[in-house]
Design a protein around this ligand. Structure first.
Ligand SMILES: [Zn+2]
Length: 197
């Protein structure tokens, strides 16, 4: 019997090694920050904090003409480059996003009114005082509803990769109230990013 028990233990140990071995190798990769391997389309490698999100993160794409290949050639840009209408900030999937100004969540005229490129759960915040709309793109979990008033510091959504070719990030865009994407303006003033490294 002791011999049988030893053999059973040996079989068990081998099974554990076979099953758990690859997991042990895979686990650290899976839990590594998901922003490390992606492509950035700016030279700026600094991390920035902002009242709109938790933590400090790198820019992926700035507002304006960009080398990023996801946008149609734009007449405002040289060498057939496209125009990015917001700022993309790379962050881990699920990073909490907050309102940084008092605003109202806009009721969309139709489902997907912002366009599929922003993701199915993108939404617009309107500041009547500033006459501005802020588009929050690529969210999946949204904690506010159309018509809600939001206050500074309120959690509004989580960042995701919904319709985002380059991984989870916040697309932060500012337009004149009721404006289309072609009317988007430089969002830096409202993003209030602070360099952290
Ligand atoms: Zn973007």
């Amino acid at each position: 019997m002791p011999g049988l028990r030893r053999r059973l233990i040996l079989v068990f140990v081998l099974l554990v090694a076979v099953v758990a071995g690859p997991l042990a190798v895979a686990a650290p990769v899976a839990s590594a920050p998901d922003t490390e391997q992606r492509r950035f389309w700016v030279k700026d490698t600094h991390r920035y904090s902002s009242p709109w999100y938790r933590g400090s993160h790198r820019r992926m794409i700035n507002f304006g003409c960009t080398r990023a290949p996801y946008y149609a050639p734009d007449p405002r840009c040289v060498r057939q480059r496209g125009f990015h209408h917001g700022v993309d900030v790379a962050m881990r999937c699920g990073t909490p996003l907050y309102a940084a100004i008092p605003a109202r969540v806009v009721r969309p005229r139709s489902a997907g009114a912002l366009g599929a490129a922003y993701g199915a759960h993108a939404f617009r915040l309107r500041s009547a005082k500033r006459g501005r709309d802020i588009v929050i793109g690529h969210t999946r979990r949204v904690f506010v509803r159309p018509g809600d008033r939001v206050r500074p510091g309120q959690r509004i959504a989580r960042a995701s990769d919904a319709a985002a070719p380059d991984g989870c990030h916040l697309h932060f865009e500012v337009r004149p109230a009721r404006g289309g994407y072609l009317s988007a303006v430089d969002p830096e003033r409202l993003l209030r990013a602070t360099r952290r490294d």
